[in-house]
Design a protein around this ligand. Structure first.
Ligand code: GCW
Length: 724
């Protein structure tokens, strides 16, 4: 039977559509910048009306990037290519700076625009010659780029575009990613593939992916990238590598991102031919000056150095009897004439078992307050140990008024299930940023401490170790994207909440439909507590596997490192006494926090075992004994993951199949691993407490010996264990 021509045509169209649909499957590559067609028909119509005409003269590379983004967004969301006739008519969108646009220069609020912060912008509904228009203006081109992303976001998140009066300025100036990328392409603690820096083909070849990386960063306000690992290789400072790095700087420049490098302290010896790297030696100082001069001749807007010194075997000034300040100031002196800065890490600890590691950073840096040059940031991690699922804030925050501190957080989930676990870190970041240091009385939050350095030192900043790599979706776990997004947005404004940021991300990543937003948000907001519960509840920490930092290993015991130093479990109890009776780590915090942490009665229970050694029969606030409470937290953790899976399952058919299945499978893995954590920890600690798992809870499937045999690193062999 011959099909009618009309039907044959129809089938062909259907086939093309099917194919096109597959080709545009949602693999996560577009991050939160998907610019899919506006779902709400009412909004679609009104948004279109407002963009019939735009006036946006783009001459500089930054303005060109902003304009390209605007066009991409309007085309994707509204199927619209606006007119550009250069004339003001009803509903014109006018974009520019005082220099780039004659219209902006004539505005009644041009003074306000000129007084904006360097990176700030205004988006305002106004009238010109009786015509209602929208103005997007900034002092500098970079503000326009940030403004365009903000403007597009209004549409992506379904907000009205009439009666706008938005003024945004970043609250922290240095918003920097600290890539731990090695020169051989691998990434230390990276779980999303290999480095994006294609060293072999740089500087000539600049993959589109570099632009997309820069777009994503600029869209959330990130303005710096340290290209290489803090466990540094001096080679990265050799001329040929600098030339390669300049290719990255060129690719990122239109998006306002400056590149930084880590500086290996011993570089003058390793690549400079000097017999020493002593910061007091004039030859060494000169070497750094010459090196910095060379860097700026190759990368004129180079940001500066990030340094890990005298920590975990890295060389540093203490090798020569000098202080951290001596080392940092030497580099700062070289960078100062060019406007560069030094980020000097405060993550230092000695591997000596008699020293309470949580006190180390404070003890080494607090006495140096006031000795660092003005262009030095000292950079502690968010907590005093090392990116644990939960830590109190680092006591250096609030203790270094004379030294600009930048906080380092970690997005790569080194201790939070790598890229297998869904853990929304917006909550973790908020928890730290909103912790009160009491530096100047109540309300001196970590966030305020960081922001205040702008006034006192002219610089303020925050850094993060990302999990960005060659994986198609950039971050391994799709929800890892939310952590990248949250970091950037919090760097711009550290007082935003995890709740509002999760909603913003969901709207842009999935949909504006309530039936999708609410369930996904619920999952995200419960996820940090879930992970804390199944891994390290009640202030437990550092009981993960020694090498991989994934999976439980509270029994690790070798001559150099013992997990028991971190939990001190015995038949009498568990936890470390850091009160005034113990190591007195509480004294590193201001009153009244010090007293609050010091007393068993007032110490927050979620940090109890961090600060105290507690007997198994201790009555918790719930009325349960410590043992029963700990066990219920571990069970609660697994239950929460099961609940997250259930909620996710309810979205079947509402979210594209590819991203749905990806998340579903990973949640299942997370559940398996949560049980692994729970059962291994409870069986191990139970050996000491001698107490049973309450009857109401399901029994662990295997014996402690079984869990202790699961081979690390978590590899094929261990996968077999889970399959058994
Ligand atoms: O916890 C450790 C990590 C190291 C890392 C170090 C640091 C880059 O296991 O991989 O090294 O922290 O932050 O310097």
């Amino acid at each position: 039977m011959q099909l009618h021509l009309k039907y044959r045509f129809l089938i062909l169209v259907l086939m093309i559509l099917c194919f096109a649909d597959k080709a545009h499957a949602e693999n996560g590559y577009d991050l939160w910048l998907r610019y899919t067609k506006i779902e709400n028909p009412g909004n679609y119509k009104t948004y279109r009306e407002l963009h019939k005409n735009i006036i946006f003269e783009a001459t500089s590379p930054r303005l060109k990037a902003a304009k390209a983004e605007l066009k991409k967004g309007l085309l994707g969301m509204l199927d619209l290519q606006p007119e550009e006739n250069g004339k003001i008519s009803k509903q014109t969108l006018i974009i520019g700076t005082n220099q780039s646009s004659k219209w902006i220069a004539q505005l009644s609020f041009v003074n306000e625009i000129n007084q904006l912060d360097d990176e700030g912008f205004i988006i305002r509904s106004a009238k010109i010659g009786g015509n209602p228009v929208t103005v997007l203006a900034a002092k500098n081109d970079i503000g326009i780029l940030y403004g365009v992303f903000h403007y597009l976001k209004l549409m992506q998140t379904n907000q009205p575009l009439e009666h706008l009066d938005i003024k945004e300025e970043p609250k922290l100036q240095y918003r920097v990613l600290n890539h731990w990328d090695n020169l051989d392409g691998t990434i230390e603690r990276g779980y999303a593939g290999f480095t994006l820096w294609d060293w072999e083909r740089l500087p000539m070849y600049k993959d589109q992916r570099l632009t997309d990386y820069a777009r994503a960063n600029a869209s959330v306000g990130i303005n710096g990238a340290v290209l290489n690992n803090v466990n540094a290789n001096a080679k990265s400072l050799r001329t040929e590598w600098l030339v390669k790095a300049s290719g990255l700087a060129d690719a990122f420049r239109p998006y306002g991102i400056r590149v930084y490098l880590t500086a290996r302290f011993s570089a003058p010896k390793e690549i400079g031919g000097l017999p020493t790297a002593d910061p007091a030696d004039p030859r060494v100082r000169q070497w750094w000056k010459d090196k910095v001069k060379e860097i700026y001749s190759i990368i004129p807007d180079f940001g500066g150095f990030l340094v890990k010194a005298n920590s975990e075997g890295q060389p540093g000034p203490q090798d020569y009897g000098r202080t951290h300040a001596d080392g940092a100031n030497m580099m700062a002196e070289a960078l100062e004439p060019y406007g560069g800065v030094v980020f000097w890490r405060a993550f230092v600890y000695q591997n000596e078992r008699h020293i309470d590691r949580v006190m180390n950073g404070y003890q080494e840096f607090k006495p140096l307050d006031g000795q660092f040059a003005r262009n030095v940031f000292v950079q502690p991690k968010n907590g005093p140990i090392d990116f644990q699922p939960r830590e109190p804030f680092h006591p250096l925050f609030g203790a270094m008024p004379k030294t600009a501190l930048a906080m380092e957080v970690q997005i790569t989930q080194e201790n939070l299930g790598h890229s297998m676990h869904l853990v929304y870190l917006g909550s973790l970041f908020e928890e730290t940023l909103q912790s009160d240091t009491y530096e100047n009385g109540k309300g001196s939050t970590v966030s305020k401490v960081l922001q205040n350095y702008k006034k006192s030192h002219g610089i303020s900043g925050i850094a993060d170790v990302p999990n960005i790599g060659t994986d198609m979706n950039w971050t391994g776990h799709l929800f890892g994207q939310a952590n990248w997004h949250a970091f950037g947005r919090l760097a711009w404004n550290p007082d935003l909440t995890a709740k509002e940021l999760s909603e913003e991300w969901i709207r842009m990543t999935f949909s504006n439909k309530e039936e999708i937003i609410r369930p996904v948000q619920k999952i995200m907001l419960m996820s940090q507590e879930a992970a804390v519960n199944y891994m390290m509840p009640l202030g437990l920490n550092h009981i993960m596997n020694y090498d991989t930092h994934n999976g439980p290993e509270p029994w690790h015991d070798d001559p150099t490192w013992k997990a028991s130093d971190y939990h001190k479990v015995s038949k009498d109890g568990i936890g470390i006494d850091r009160s005034s009776q113990g190591t007195n780590a509480v004294s590193q915090y201001h009153s009244p926090l010090r007293e609050e942490f010091n007393s068993l009665k007032t110490c927050p229970e979620n940090l109890l075992l961090w600060f105290h050694r507690v007997s198994w029969d201790y009555k918790m606030r719930s009325g349960k004994t410590l043992w029963d409470e700990m066990v219920s937290h571990y069970y609660q953790g697994v239950q929460s993951v099961e609940e997250m899976e259930k909620i996710w399952a309810s979205l079947d058919g509402k979210i594209d199949q590819e991203r749905f299945e990806h998340t579903r499978t990973l949640l299942k893995m997370q559940e398996n691993e949560a049980r692994w954590w729970r059962d291994a920890c409870i069986l191990f600690f139970g050996k000491y407490s001698g107490k049973p798992i309450p009857k109401s809870f399901e029994k662990p499937k295997h014996s402690l010996e079984y869990y202790q045999k699961i081979p690390f690193p978590y590899d094929w062999d261990s996968t077999l264990y889970f399959k058994k």
